[in-house]
Design a protein around this ligand. Structure first.
Ligand SMILES: [Zn+2]
Length: 296
C-alpha cells in the first residue's frame, strides 16, 4: 500500500448507502422498542397479577398506593437528582462551555474548520509517518498513551496527523485532476474527488486533532487494523488519554464516513469520558450539545 495516500479507499458513503444504513438503523430501533415494550408489558402484567394475589388484609394499603409508583420510575428518579433531565445530564451553560472548547471543534465534509482556528504543533509521528505533527496538547497526550501501550507490550504508531490546508489543497486538486483526466466535467470531477479526499478545511486532519494510527502488525490505514492488538488496546484505553474513535462502525449513517478503525480524534480527557459515556458519535454529541445550549 502506498503510504503517501492517507485514505486510499473511498471514504464517503454514497447517498444510497446512507439511506440504506438509516433504514436498517430505524428497523433496529423499532425492533429494540418492540422488545422493550414487550418486557415492560410483561413486567406490568406480572406486578398486577402479584398485587391481585396480595391477601385482602393489605387491600386498604394497596388501594392507597398511587398507581404511578409502578408505572413510571423515570419521573421519580428525575425528581430525586440535581442533574438536568436531558440526554447528557448537562446544563445549558455546561453545554455552551463544551461547544466553546477549541478541542471540541467539529470538522467534517459539511462543516468547515473556522478560518481563525489556530494552534501550535509538535512532532510525534513514526519514522514512516507522512504528517508527523499534532496540536501540542494532542501530541503530548499521544506520546503518553504510546508509552502506556508500550508498557503493556503494545506498539502504537502515529502515521498521519496534522495536514495543513495547503497540503489538503494539493491532495484534493491532485484527485480532482485524476477525474478530469478520466473525462469527467469539472463539477463531477470535484464531487468524485471529495468522496475520497476532503476539500481544504473540511478534513479533521486540518485541525491537528486527528491521528491516523497504525502498528508494526498492520501498517496500512485500512480495516485490517481492527484485528490488531494495538486497536484492541486503543479501544480499551484511548479514552483515558483523551482520544475517541471518530468513525465507529455503527455510526456510518451519521458520520457519512465508512468505518475507520485507524482514525482517532483528540478531544481531551474529560470530553472523551463524557462522549464515550454517552455512546454517541461526535456528530450526534455536538448536535445534542447544541440543542441543550439552545434551551437555556
Ligand atoms: Zn484520518
Amino acid at each position: 500500500m502506498n503510504p503517501s495516500a492517507p485514505h486510499p479507499h473511498r471514504r464517503r458513503l454514497t447517498r444510497a448507502e446512507v439511506r440504506r444504513r438509516r433504514r436498517s438503523r430505524a428497523i433496529r430501533r423499532v425492533a429494540g422498542l418492540t422488545v422493550m415494550l414487550c418486557v415492560a408489558a410483561g413486567g406490568v402484567t406480572f406486578l398486577l397479577t402479584r398485587r391481585a394475589a396480595v391477601p385482602s388484609a393489605s387491600a386498604a394499603s394497596a388501594i392507597s398506593m398511587p398507581a404511578q409508583s409502578i408505572a413510571d420510575p423515570a419521573v421519580s428518579s428525575a425528581e430525586n437528582t440535581a442533574a438536568p433531565a436531558n440526554a447528557l445530564g448537562l446544563t445549558a451553560d455546561e453545554a455552551r462551555a463544551m461547544l466553546a472548547d477549541p478541542l471540541m471543534v467539529l470538522v467534517n465534509h459539511t462543516c468547515k474548520m473556522p478560518d481563525d482556528y489556530t494552534f501550535d504543533t509538535k512532532e510525534c509521528g513514526s519514522a514512516t509517518a507522512v504528517n508527523k505533527t499534532l496540536q501540542t496538547a494532542a501530541c503530548d497526550a499521544f506520546l503518553e498513551m504510546q508509552k502506556a501501550a508500550a508498557a503493556d507490550g503494545v506498539t502504537v504508531w502515529m502515521q498521519s496527523g496534522y495536514r495543513s490546508v495547503k497540503y489538503q489543497t494539493s491532495l484534493y486538486e491532485r484527485k480532482t485532476k485524476y477525474y478530469l483526466d478520466k473525462g469527467y466535467d469539472n463539477a463531477t470531477a470535484r464531487e468524485k474527488a471529495a468522496a475520497v479526499v476532503n476539500p481544504p478545511g473540511y478534513s479533521e486532519h486540518n485541525c491537528g486533532l486527528a491521528a491516523d494510527l497504525n502498528s508494526p502488525e498492520h501498517t496500512g490505514l485500512d480495516r485490517g487494523f481492527e484485528k490488531t492488538a494495538a486497536f484492541r488496546w486503543l479501544c480499551e484505553h484511548a479514552g483515558d488519554y483523551g482520544f475517541i474513535l471518530r468513525y465507529p462502525k455503527d455510526a456510518e449513517d451519521k458520520t457519512e464516513i465508512i468505518y475507520e478503525p485507524w482514525h482517532w480524534r483528540y478531544v481531551g480527557v474529560e470530553n472523551a469520558a463524557k462522549i464515550n459515556a454517552s455512546g454517541l458519535c461526535f456528530e450526534d454529541y455536538i448536535e445534542t450539545l447544541q440543542s441543550i445550549a439552545a434551551e437555556g
